[in-house]
Write a protein that binds this ligand. Structure first.
Ligand code: G16
Length: 546
């Protein structure tokens, strides 16, 4: 494609997706997120960038997902997916931010500069897969994405409404046909097929009950489970709530983020004491479990619990396969409950790595293990397995003794059931159900493994969240000045106290996390931070050493 034809990049922008705001926007934790009305030009430009990324990857397919995941309905967002189904490489985030913020008049020249910088061969073909969530603003943004791809003569394929993880899966399959078929049906075939194959090997036993209630957050995940439900042949009886009808609003007082942060059950779900409930988020990439007890108190089984469940079960299977030389590790973030980290290291004896928030960070750290289990406490996570792991287990499944072959076949199906590209609520749901079924456990037995330290999470709205800088996997604040000293002073008066603050990368807020030995203390500690933070922001100059 000759550079002169970049004229169309400007023409499309000016005529169809003009930049109508000067508000600076940044590629954050999971792409660009803001009010949907501010995003059309950004999504168009990300269509351009996706084509360049595809050309830089020799024409391999790149994904573009239109979603603001756990955010409320008026927001939307866009993120790019790399050829292996992973999040966009971090070094391109700055390029994305630059392209999103230039004026329409500078768009043509900036595109030309970027082509030169990244050395994109414009003669190559380019392929971009586009998916969207159920937000009413998504179709318009998906159209802008297609126009961006067309403007640079790439080929766009639209998947319509899909969960974020389904799109990640399809991108991976398109570039690596050993992983599966790159269609929504191909995803169902792989995941449901693996689940049924496991169920044939594991009879339902003990206290495990095949009924599972699901809170669909009024988003796409519940809708897709409604399709899957019909194909489960009674292996799992899904009772679905919050599917988007009856005026239910996306993520509003429901969904994984609401349940985790507010520590309350969602609206719209019927509650029966001790019945397992899985709560998904708006685009189906996060999941937490909970139940209400007979005093109507909610007991949460969050991402940390799911991670420990997976890690302990995989450890058992590795022992069964006599393959304990394979290194299993767990990756968490600062939000991981201190009790879970203690349980993993002291009881399960599994190494733990702590990284910054954002699945991209967890995913990369997990790849350093033969088997890497990664989860954020908010329910975003999955498991990744190295090629050596897969070939070792496949060999045991062929050549081991009867017991070893049995364990290896179960582990191979467990691997097949995992969406290794990214955290996936649907795949995780079937994995959790597999482990509980294998152990014959109900939610009380799952809960008994360790006791969470009481914790509290709050949001603080500040004038400029960018003044907050952190280090040590976000466990320490380096800016504003003196803030960390104050946090340390506050925490020191609490038993088992721990707290941190960090700027969100998906919402215009600063997040506060606190834990302590008692619920009232955790709440008090978080509230104290909130108070201090606001005061700090209002009086920022008073604290400056200058
Ligand atoms: C996204 C990211 C997660 C992150 C969450 C909150 O989730 O994929 O890794 O934990 O945002 O991030 P922050 O605290 O920076 O706002 P989702 O489900 O919204 O895509």
């Amino acid at each position: 494609m000759p550079p002169s034809s970049l004229r169309v990049v400007y023409a499309f922008a000016r005529e169809m997706h003009p930049k109508t705001t000067d508000i600076f926007i940044q590629y954050g934790t999971a792409g660009f997120r803001t009010k949907a009305s501010l995003l059309e030009h950004v999504v168009y430009r990300m269509g351009l960038l996706a084509v360049l990324r595809s050309r830089c990857k020799n024409g391999r397919t790149i994904g573009m997902m239109i979603t603001a995941s756990h955010n409320l309905e008026p927001d939307n967002g866009v993120k790019l997916i790399d050829p292996d189904g992973e999040m966009l490489e971090e070094s391109w985030e700055g390029i994305a931010t630059r392209l999103a913020n230039v004026s329409d008049n500078d768009l043509e020249s900036t595109t030309a500069q970027i082509i030169k910088e990244v050395n994109a061969d414009m003669a190559l073909k380019a392929s971009v897969y586009i998916g969207m969530d159920t937000r009413y603003t998504s179709p318009r943004l998906a159209a802008a994405a297609v126009h961006g791809v067309m403007a640079l003569k790439g080929t766009a394929k639209e998947f319509g409404i899909v969960t974020t993880p389904i799109l990640h899966f399809c991108v991976k399959c398109r570039n690596d046909n050993t992983y599966g078929t790159p269609t929504e049906e191909g995803y169902y075939e792989k995941i449901v097929g693996a689940f049924k194959s496991i169920r044939q090997k594991l009879p339902v036993c003990g206290n495990y009950n095949t009924t599972l209630y699901v809170d669909g957050a009024n988003g796409v995940g519940g809708k897709k489970l409604n399709i899957i439900k019909k194909t489960l042949d009674g292996e799992l009886d899904l009772v679905l709530f919050n599917l988007g009808g009856n005026g239910g609003k996306l993520n509003l007082n429901c969904g994984a983020d609401f349940v985790k942060v507010s520590q309350k059950p969602p609206v719209g779900v019927e509650h029966v004491p001790y019945q397992r409930v899985a709560s998904l988020d708006g685009d189906g990439d996060r999941i937490v479990y909970y139940f209400v007890d007979d005093s109507n108190n909610m007991q949460l089984l969050d991402g940390d619990r799911i991670a420990t469940l997976f890690a302990s079960y995989i450890t058992e299977l590795l022992k069964g396969c006599d393959a304990t030389h394979l290194r299993l590790g767990l990756v968490q973030t600062a939000y991981a409950n201190g009790a879970s980290t203690k349980y993993i290291t002291e009881n399960l004896k599994i190494p733990v790595t702590c990284v910054k928030t954002g699945v991209k960070h967890l995913h990369h750290a997990a790849l350093s293990y033969d088997i890497g289990v990664y989860f954020e406490a908010n329910g975003h996570g999955t498991v990744v397995y190295s090629d050596v792991t897969k070939s070792t287990i496949a060999k045991v499944a062929q050549e081991g003794d009867t017991e070893q072959r049995k364990a290896a076949q179960l582990l191979l199906s467990f691997i097949d059931l995992t969406n290794e590209t990214v955290g996936d609520a649907i795949s995780d749901l079937f994995l959790v159900e597999t482990v509980l079924c294998a152990r014959g456990h109900d939610v009380r037995q799952w809960m008994e493994t360790y006791n969470d330290l009481p914790c509290r999470q709050l949001k603080v709205t500040v004038e400029d969240r960018n003044v907050f800088k952190t280090t040590d996997a976000e466990r320490k604040c380096t800016s504003p000045e003196l803030l960390q000293e104050r946090i340390d002073a506050l925490v020191s008066s609490y038993t088992c106290g721990r707290a941190f603050v960090r700027p969100s990368g998906t919402e215009d807020v600063v997040r506060v996390y606190a834990e302590a030995d008692a619920q009232e203390s955790a709440v008090k500690l978080a509230e104290e931070h909130k108070g201090k933070l606001l005061w700090k922001m209002l009086n920022i100059r008073l604290f400056s050493k200058n």
